[in-house]
Design a protein around this ligand. Structure first.
Ligand code: PLP
Length: 397
């Protein structure tokens, strides 16, 4: 007799990652021999720089094959603190390794932070559209995610006033992400400053996901650590995945007040323990061989920049329908002209069926009138994909 699986209440409301679902559909079409232009992926198409791969291989030979401390090897935690200190304003107290927890990707750092800081009854403001995992992580922490929608005329960014209007006495925190996935929008210094001041006034936790910080085109993106009026409620999250083309190595980190860092380490110690030793050594090379790393990042960001410009050109007059992509590697496009209740999903399905291009419907980010196209692929492929998007937009539903 086979018995059916009834999910526990812990996960009953979890949703499948739409980004992964689109990638799976594109893979299955490819397996049937149908060539698909995949603009669904959220990872750099570059290989991890050679000096990092070589450092990892050497570390394995030198014995980096065992458990490490849950919170990461001391040298990497120090390198992460030093990396953050380079951005601190003059006179600010430097971060130390005691404030750093290394995790299996920034995703785990975000999850640990949500588990450590939020619980039942807590409300957490999520500027929306946003990366969908924030909602699910908050759900797993049994807190309530409160989406706060940004206006199209501001690149779908939210203002401090909009956040304040959504707050209640139960509000405990806000999730920030600049440059933003899915929109590519970047918060200005002033916008960020106003939000940080608001959070500070209310004593809210600020979890600032800065995984795309180094990938900005019009000007360097601002980190919350450059502006925060206080650090006792600030958790910075970053990692090597996007800027260093190291998605598969799974190394991210949080920089948080020591008590929070300890609590996050405790969560991690009972779930995954330390991130892979070899990956920590790879990240150590990435963060300490600064000149080589900067050269590699510059090359990749220049390529993303050139693709960004090329896809904007390919949009032509449809450019007015896109959020200005000042960072990350995503184009967020308003397809509401396609009509229906969920124009983004309708558009994405039609695009895959008739033009063989995979994109992510905006409903994945709680904004069903939009689609997300990633240009983390060759320029020729990205432009071809965007030209097909324009053809479908012009043809209509
Ligand atoms: N935060 C955002 C906004 C992302 O888009 C992603 C990956 O897509 C992550 C975090 C996770 O990155 P990592 O690979 O470091 O876990």
């Amino acid at each position: 007799m086979s018995r059916s699986f009834v999910p526990s209440p812990n996960i009953a409301r979890l949703k499948e990652s739409a980004t992964l679902a689109v990638a799976a559909k594109a893979r299955s079409l490819r397996a049937q021999g149908i060539p698909v232009i995949d603009l669904g992926a959220g990872e750099p198409d570059f290989d991890t720089p050679a000096f990092i791969r070589e450092a990892a291989a050497a570390a394995v030979e030198a014995g980096a094959t065992r458990y490490t401390a849950t919170e990461g090897i001391p040298a990497l935690r120090e390198a992460i603190a030093a990396d953050a200190n380079r951005l601190l304003p003059a006179g600010a107290t430097p971060f130390t390794a005691a404030e750093v927890v290394v995790s299996n990707g920034s995703k785990q750092s975000l999850f640990n932070a949500c588990m450590a800081c939020f619980g039942p009854g807590d409300e957490v403001l999520v500027p929306t559209p946003s990366w969908m995992s924030y909602y699910e992580m908050l759900e797993l922490a049994r807190a309530t995610a409160v989406p706060v929608f940004g206006h199209a005329e501001r690149g779908l960014k939210v203002t401090a006033e909009e956040l304040e209007a959504a707050a209640t006495p139960r509000t405990r925190g806000v999730m920030l992400n600049s440059p933003c996935n899915p929109t590519g929008a970047v918060y200005s210094r002033e916008e960020l400053e106003a939000i940080l001041a608001l959070a500070d006034r209310h004593g809210w936790w600020v979890i600032s996901d800065e995984i795309y910080l180094r990938i900005a085109y019009d000007a360097p993106a601002t980190s919350a650590l450059q502006l925060a009026p206080a650090r006792d409620r600030l958790i910075l999250v970053n990692g090597v995945a996007k800027a260093y083309a190291m998605t598969g190595w799974r190394i991210g980190w949080a920089i948080a007040p020591v008590a929070v860092a300890k609590a996050m380490t405790s969560v991690q110690s009972h779930t995954t323990s330390n991130p892979a030793a070899v990956s920590q050594h790879a990240a150590l090379a990435a963060l300490t061989r600064v000149d080589e790393a900067n050269a590699a990042i510059d090359t990749m960001v220049r390529a993303f920049h050139s693709r960004r410009d090329a896809v904007l050109d390919a949009l032509g007059t449809a450019r007015s329908l896109a959020v200005h992509p000042a960072g990350a590697f995503y184009l967020y496009l308003d397809v509401s002209s396609f009509g229906g209740e969920d124009p983004g999903a309708k558009f994405a399905a039609a695009l895959l069926d008739t033009h063989q291009v995979a994109v992510v419907p905006g409903s994945a980010f709680l904004t069903p009138h939009w689609i997300r196209a990633s240009y983390a692929t060759t320029e020729a492929i990205a432009v071809d994909g965007v030209q097909r998007i324009v053809r479908l937009l012009t043809a209509g539903a």
